[in-house]
Design a protein around this ligand. Structure first.
Ligand code: ADP
Ligand code: MG
Ligand code: MG
Length: 227
């Protein structure tokens, strides 16, 4: 298929689990500086539970799969990130009821629904030094890449140059992943005003936000699935 299939969504989650487990020490260190040093352990435990749920169940559509993922994260991750990532996957799923694969536009809509869920649940906006500071620029870059591909800037490029289907999906996700990593790095000079790190006030400045770092890992995993 040109689209991201249910099986590939499963591959994404499994790859994310592997990368999060590899990064868990680093994510704990980031959280040690401005929180309680458990973000890597939280993500590792949550995604190990997601992998077990994938092994145990059959999922007829995107909504069923993502509902399971979201509920698994909510129930297995203590701390702020469990309900936030849990809400992300739940909303991503409900936005795609009945679908069994996602094209580039549908994936964008799904990710937007998920991120809106994070913002509502966390009552956070851009610039508060949270995972949203990776999610929001990633979505913007994805959207821009898709716009550019769908309407080539110069007529000389013509319709032959229109990049569609799988290549558009891969290019948009690649742009999103790059922007997520940049967003993660750009949290360093910010002062936290949400979550545990906000208790530090100005002392939260000068450290990368752990949740923004795990969000960049989710994007990296998705990019690898499409590469
Ligand atoms: P806890 O802080 O409860 O120990 P984690 O360490 O697992 O939970 O997750 C911390 C991350 O959660 C932060 O780095 C930040 O990215 C994210 N976070 C915390 N509060 C919020 C919020 N209100 N909105 C969005 N993201 C948040
Ligand atoms: Mg923590
Ligand atoms: Mg904690």
């Amino acid at each position: 298929s040109q689209n991201l299939t249910l099986a590939e969504l499963g591959t994404w989650l499994r790859r994310a689990s592997t990368l999060l487990a590899e990064a868990s020490g680093h994510l704990n260190e980031l959280d040690a500086a401005i929180g309680d040093a458990d973000h890597g352990s939280n993500m590792r435990r949550g995604f190990a539970a997601v992998e077990a749920a994938l092994d145990a169940g059959e999922f007829p559509d995107v909504a069923a799969l993502m509902k399971k993922v979201g509920m698994t994260l909510v129930s297995s991750v203590g701390g702020a990130s469990g309900p936030l990532y849990g809400t992300f996957f739940l909303r991503l799923g409900t936005s795609q009821a009945g679908e069994t694969e996602l094209g580039a536009d549908a994936l964008l809509a799904a990710l937007e629904a998920g991120v809106e869920g994070i913002a509502q649940r966390g009552r956070a906006v851009a610039g508060e030094k949270t995972m949203l500071d990776a999610w929001l620029p990633a979505l913007e870059a994805y959207r821009e890449e898709l716009d550019d591909l769908e309407s080539p800037a110069s007529p000389a490029e013509g319709t032959d140059a229109l990049v569609t289907g799988r290549r558009a999906l891969a290019a948009a996700v690649d742009a999103g992943a790059r922007a997520a990593a940049e967003g993660r790095d750009a949290t360093e000079p910010l002062q936290a005003s949400k979550g545990r790190a906000s208790y530090l006030g100005e002392r939260s400045i000068g450290h990368i936000d752990p949740g923004a770092a795990s969000t960049a890992i989710l994007w990296q995993a998705l990019r690898e699935v499409l590469a």
